[in-house]
Design a protein around this ligand. Structure first.
Ligand code: GLA
Length: 732
């Protein structure tokens, strides 16, 4: 049993293979948090301390006891109004227009399998893999209920959390703030690891101490955003890649979010992950309920590397879906950086021919194939194939591409509209525009109101009509601006629109996934602007960044790897000089950087020399040799490319018999010192053979002393070592 209720102690304990999470229903019915960490048995309520603390008030039930205060006790679901003055997980505006909630335990139930959430993405697992705990809390005065959900996946060291607010009162209420995950730590000093960024430079790793005051990250953009990723790590101060305690929180949601971390006046730490508070006030009439998205939690006592691996394994197997979730993805060529908007059907076919000749497996036609979409200025919303530009129908185009031995894929951006489009001229009220105000334009486009079902239905029909015209086996699902001017013509409650928008998006995606179960969907939002666990439920891969520069990608992919599996990271070899940075790198370096992802190409093959083409042929063969290991192996970060001279990482098979170490030099000086890269995860004191050189190595020496990176002239050189277990007994 992974979930245990101890009646005598009134504890609820969640066990995974290596971790334990415990809470207690205390004497007044508050649900207190006791412990989350390394696996342990017994009752941890001795961790609760009670002192008379000035200005930390006491619930009425405590009578004359001045030592009992919600302001100091660790809680599972802290709300505003109990005398806890820390940042709350929940604020509700009650029927009587007050903002206090006082949630107390009512009941709990334990069941096999993992709960699912209606209309929302969530980790899924059957009875043999997961258990669910549901705890019902109630405010006895307002009659508002909070139903806490915990999913436990023991083999993955993962616990998920969600919450549903039920309005059992007789009047109207609104949910003003909701964070489904809260972690209260009574002791310890922590760092808050977050991933900040911007368009074309996403998920930069930042590690700052949690101090007094609240550090907050989030997105007000209506999407998870380039600016901050909806995932955070709380790490003990001394924690490294290989050692120390750390906690991850990854929000399974693609809209606005916020995460707050801070130390309270008694030096206790609270971390929250939940919905963005701005423009949020979700109205609930009597008997209505609001379901928050879930948060994936994991704890590792063995450092950040292990924490990431827990998340990767769980997301790959229990969040991603469909035929491609655990299989090697086709090597694709995308037309965007080859042609941008400037192509004809013939040009596409010529490019596809080259692709087929080099061993590429799928051809993706990016933006520019529909309506009068010949630039950013127009066409979005008009999902009609531009047969004049293509010189044929979509069916003919995909047929010709299939005949070359290639799969065919297509780009779409369903949530958007240009003012210069038939759709906008016909339905101007379908776009987010506030009456009386002029809207914010971004990339010359407006956002369609996906909180409205008729809008979603209309675009869905249009997109299906396109997909049905040809043999489409891949979709790149784009979203190229942040949301502004939030106004839905449907009702007065504008505080629900952004959330309903995300539900509309999920409904659309779910319908596509059900109708076309074999289509591989790659998420995208100006690159990695919507790279989150919510999207992974529908799109098992996401275009990681519009920045295809191999050296910048080292940092972007480094940050991404803390949370998301390599199998989800869209990564391509593009032209040199790179289109975003102008940097010149070798084909080999670009190939090595793209290997730490889904691997593909994004350049005009017709402009390459014969030598370069030959190199690509070899590169694809090399990638295919290791693809399974890359997609399914355990991922190790060996250096931090933000500061190291060399970026290095490694894939190790789960059984430890095979490893691929890759490295790219970042800094170049005369007469350089030598960098040593230390592989990890090999079986101790055994012999591994490096397959390229045939040389044999003792694994312990390799891991302890490392392997020297050659000192050679030239910038940004790439290296790779492929080790296979040769002799279990450690002899040469
Ligand atoms: C976004 C994507 C690009 C490309 C363009 C097309 O920026 O991230 O890869 O598809 O849109 O307009």
């Amino acid at each position: 049993m992974s979930i245990v209720y101890d009646k005598a102690q009134k504890t609820l304990t969640l066990h995974t293979k290596n971790t334990t999470y415990q809470m207690q229903i205390d004497r007044y019915g508050f649900l207190l948090h006791l412990y989350y960490g390394k696996r342990a048995d017994g009752c941890m309520d001795y961790l609760l301390t009670f002192y008379d603390r000035g200005f930390s008030g006491n619930p009425y039930d405590a009578g004359k006891d001045k030592t009992y205060s919600m302001d100091a006790l660790p809680q599972e679901f802290p709300s505003l109004g109990t005398g806890d003055y820390r940042t709350p997980a929940c604020i509700i505006k009650n029927t009587d227009r007050t903002y206090s909630s006082d949630f107390r335990y009512v009941s709990h139930s334990i069941r096999e399998g993992k709960y699912s959430l209606k209309g929302l993405p969530a980790v899924y697992a059957d009875d043999s893999v997961a258990q669910t705990l549901e705890v019902v809390l109630e405010d006895r005065v307002s009659k508002v209920r909070a139903v806490l959900l915990y999913g436990v996946l023991p083999e993955y060291d993962v616990i998920t959390r969600s919450v549903k607010i039920v309005n059992a009162s007789a009047g109207h209420i609104s949910v003003k703030k909701l964070a489904p995950a809260c972690l209260d730590m009574v002791s310890g000093e922590y760092d808050f690891i977050t991933f900040y960024g911007r368009h074309a430079m996403e998920r930069n790793y930042q590690r700052l101490p949690v101090g007094h005051g609240v550090s907050k990250i989030g997105s007000l953009r209506g999407t998870s955003s380039h600016q901050y990723n909806p995932a955070v790590i709380l790490a003990e101060r001394e924690t490294t890649e290989e050692a120390g305690g750390c906690y991850a929180m990854s929000f399974v949601y693609s809209g606005g979010f916020q995460s707050e971390a801070g130390m309270d006046q008694y030096c206790q730490t609270r971390v929250l992950m939940g919905l963005c508070e701005e423009q949020f006030a979700y109205p609930l009439e009597p008997d209505e309920e609001f379901q928050a998205p879930e948060v994936i939690l994991s704890y590792s006592s063995e450092g950040l590397g292990r924490l990431s691996q827990n998340l990767h394994r769980c997301m790959r197997a229990h969040l991603c879906r469909g035929k491609y979730k655990e299989t090697v993805r086709p090597v694709l060529l995308n037309s965007w950086e080859a042609f941008y908007f400037d192509f004809t059907g013939d040009a596409l076919l010529k490019l596809a021919e080259q692709a087929a000749a080099l061993g590429i497996e799928m051809f993706v036609m990016d933006d520019g194939w529909f309506g009068n979409r010949d630039s950013e200025l127009r066409g979005l919303g008009d999902w009609e194939v531009n047969e004049e530009k293509l010189g044929c129908t979509l069916g003919e185009l995909s047929g010709k591409i299939n005949a070359m031995g290639l799969k065919f894929g297509i780009w779409i951006e369903p949530e958007m509209v240009n003012e210069d489009s038939e759709l906008y001229r016909e339905h101007p009220d379908w776009a987010f525009v506030i009456p009386g105000r002029r809207p914010n334009r971004s990339r010359h486009q407006l956002v369609l109101d996906f909180s409205r079902k008729e809008v979603v239905d209309y675009i869905y029909e249009k997109i299906c009509a396109v997909l049905d015209q040809g043999n489409v086996e891949y979709i790149k699902w784009d979203m190229n601006r942040s949301i502004a001017d939030v106004y839905s013509a449907t009702g007065d409650s504008q505080g629900r629109v952004l959330y309903d928008y995300v539900l509309g998006l999920y409904d659309f995606l779910e319908r596509i996934v059900q109708r076309y179960p074999d289509i591989l969907i790659e998420g995208c939002s100006g690159g990695g602007g919507r790279f989150d666990a919510g999207m992974l439920y529908y799109t098992p891969q996401i275009w990681c960044s519009d920045n295809t520069d191999a050296i910048d990608r080292l940092e972007i992919q480094y940050g991404t790897s803390f949370i998301y599996p390599v199998s989800s990271v869209g990564s391509h070899v593009s032209a040199s000089p790179n289109h975003q940075t102008g940097r010149v790198t070798s084909m080999k370096t670009r190939g090595v950087a793209a290997t730490a992802g889904t691997f593909g190409y994004e350049l005009n093959l017709n402009e390459l020399s014969d030598e370069e083409k030959e190199e690509i042929r070899g590169q694809i063969k090399e990638y295919k040799k290791h693809a399974r290991l890359v997609q399914q192996g355990l991922y190790y970060r060996l250096t931090n490319p933000q500061s190291a001279d060399t970026g290095a990482w490694e894939f190790v098979s789960e059984d430890g018999r095979e490893a691929l170490v890759q490295a790219v030099t970042i800094k170049q000086h005369a007469n350089m010192e030598v960098s040593y890269i230390k592989p990890r995860g090999l079986r101790e004191n055994t012999v591994y053979r490096e397959t390229e050189s045939g040389r044999k190595y003792n694994s312990t020496a390799l891991m302890e002393a490392g392997i020297p990176v050659p000192v050679e002239q030239g910038e940004y050189r790439a290296y790779q070592w492929h080790f296979v277990l040769e002799d279990e007994n450690g002899r040469k």
